[in-house]
Ligand binder design. Structure first.
Ligand code: MG
Length: 224
């Protein structure tokens, strides 16, 4: 079955979220050192990452807790949250070979899309921060769409916007449930980008460690 379109998850698939968060929090600590210097930097970073829980907690809760636990004064949790919302994009770290992989897929004529669970403005800023917006023919973010992965509706909507069909589409993601089971139920082929936050994604049609493995896999899918 010829593959015509490839849709991607964003966090943990194209964007190296763990490294981006580490980098952001390190620079936030330095930038706001006037208010945070009574906290050892490693404690601030470790606690942030723990409270963030791989993105499952929204940052208003994280900063509310940090302000209380570390007795931060002179700056509010809202100020810290605003700093996160406006500065995170500056520190977005892509996985290796991201733009090379996208260049290859574009040259090969694939239609490309992103389907991401998250807040619209924030995820859009992250996509711009990575400098990859122009590669994509459709970008769907759950807050804007009013539907989240793993619901089939958001996958089908992405496929429709590309003018493609599920049987000619592949989804690449790191979350075994939201991405792999979700896309599979929508009738797509799936590639799991391995992520240490999960052990395995049993339902995936293929597993990759690096993004540059994708073009050869698409050819393999097209051959069967
Ligand atoms: Mg993800």
């Amino acid at each position: 079955m010829t593959i015509k379109s490839v849709l991607f998850d964003l966090d943990g698939t194209l964007l190296d979220r763990d490294r981006s968060i580490e980098k952001f929090i390190d620079i936030q600590y330095d930038r706001l050192n006037y208010y945070l210097s009574h906290i050892p930097k490693v404690d601030y970073a470790t606690r942030f990452i723990k409270l963030d829980s791989n993105g499952h907690a929204w940052k208003d809760e994280v900063y509310r807790n940090l302000v209380i636990e570390f007795k931060i004064e002179g700056i509010t949790w809202q100020d810290l949250l605003h700093d996160y919302e406006t500065q995170f994009q500056v520190h977005c770290v892509p996985f290796p070979l991201l733009t090379e992989m996208l260049d290859t897929l574009k040259q090969q004529g694939y239609l490309l899309g992103i389907i991401s669970n998250g807040r619209g403005e924030f995820q859009n800023r992250a996509i711009s921060g990575l400098g990859i917006r122009d590669y994509f023919d459709a970008i769907l973010i759950s807050e804007i769409e009013g539907v989240r992965k793993p619901a089939s509706a958001i996958f089908q909507r992405g496929i429709d916007r590309l003018g493609s069909s599920a049987r000619h589409s592949v989804f690449v993601g790191d979350n075994p449930t939201a991405d792999i089971i979700g896309a599979k139920q929508a009738g797509m082929r799936t590639i799991w980008k391995r992520n240490p936050h999960w052990l395995e994604a049993k339902q995936a049609d293929a597993v990759i460690n690096e993004l540059d493995e994708i073009p050869a896999l698409l050819e393999r899918f097209s051959g069967c």
